[in-house]
Design a protein around this ligand. Structure first.
Ligand code: GLN
Length: 268
């Protein structure tokens, strides 16, 4: 017994793009195969597996966890519930870091709270001259990051520890997409499948940013850069923290959605 792909997709109760991604995943075929041949028969076992995944997606589980991967900066990164799903706004952080790195001869870079490793791995692959280190407090996250670096052919040295605790500078550039959502933020309900430790930055969302900005100067070379991603309403607070820690050339950049998302600053 088999059921037609188009009928399954139509009945999934999901945006067509998502339903198609899940069905292609279950059938282990490219998504285009379903567009080219909507009448394609789907065996009963595959249809049942698709129905389960569609149900989990309708219940709010991120598509990336169901597929087991997420595209970031044009590459597929494996993800699981131990890591945050890479976000498009984090590509702004990567672009700014790359612009800085390309002006340096043989830069040393550190990615704090690397999670899936998407930032560190992308920097290593896009800037061959850079030596890239990355840290995370979570061993489960580091396992995902290491596997991504290996599969994508990136040379990144990973360390387990709280922010800068496990690494020794001095670095030319430190990047981080730390947890920055406030503990009581109603937005968290929609993010409940992702690790709280990767999302929540204390009661005001700034705890991790505060810790990083405080610790970074002693690990940055004079004239080195710190680039941090932050929440839509945190830019002014982050700039103030950076000024207080002695940084100069403090600038905030908007993401593709026009939201103040990344603040860059230079160590004195
Ligand atoms: N940008 C994420 C969100 O609000 C949060 C990521 C983070 O805390 N680093 O969905």
């Amino acid at each position: 017994m088999a059921i037609e792909a188009a009928a399954l997709l139509a009945a999934a109760g999901l945006p067509r793009r998502e339903a198609r991604a899940l069905l292609a995943h279950v059938l282990a075929v490219p998504r285009e195969a379903l567009i080219a041949d909507p009448q394609r028969p789907v065996p009963t076992a595959a249809a049942a597996r698709f129905a389960q995944l569609a149900q989990r997606r309708r219940a709010g589980e991120p598509l990336a966890y169901l597929l087991g991967y997420c595209e970031f900066y044009g590459r597929p990164f494996a993800v699981n519930a131990a890591v945050l799903v890479p976000r498009p706004e984090t590509e702004t952080l990567v672009q700014l870091a790359l612009a800085r790195l390309r002006q340096m001869a043989a830069p040393w870079v550190l990615d704090l709270g690397t999670g899936s490793g998407c930032v560190a791995v992308t920097l290593a692959l896009e800037c061959a001259a850079a030596t890239v280190l990355a840290s995370d407090v979570s061993s489960a996250a580091l396992a995902v990051a290491r596997a991504n670096a290996h599969r994508l052919g990136a040379q990144v040295a990973f360390f387990q520890g709280d922010w800068l605790a496990a690494v020794r500078g001095p670095f030319d550039l430190i990047v981080s997409n730390p947890p920055y959502v406030a503990a009581g933020d109603p937005h968290l309900a929609a993010l409940r499948f992702e690790p709280a430790a990767a999302l929540i930055g204390g009661d005001d969302g700034l705890a991790a940013l505060r810790a990083i900005i405080k610790a970074a100067p002693s690990s940055l070379r004079s004239g080195g850069w710190l680039l941090v991603e932050h929440g839509y309403d945190q830019a002014a607070a982050v700039r103030a923290l950076l000024r207080g820690a002695g940084f100069g050339a403090i600038t905030t950049t908007r993401d593709a959605a026009g939201i103040e998302r990344v603040t860059s600053a230079q160590a004195g």
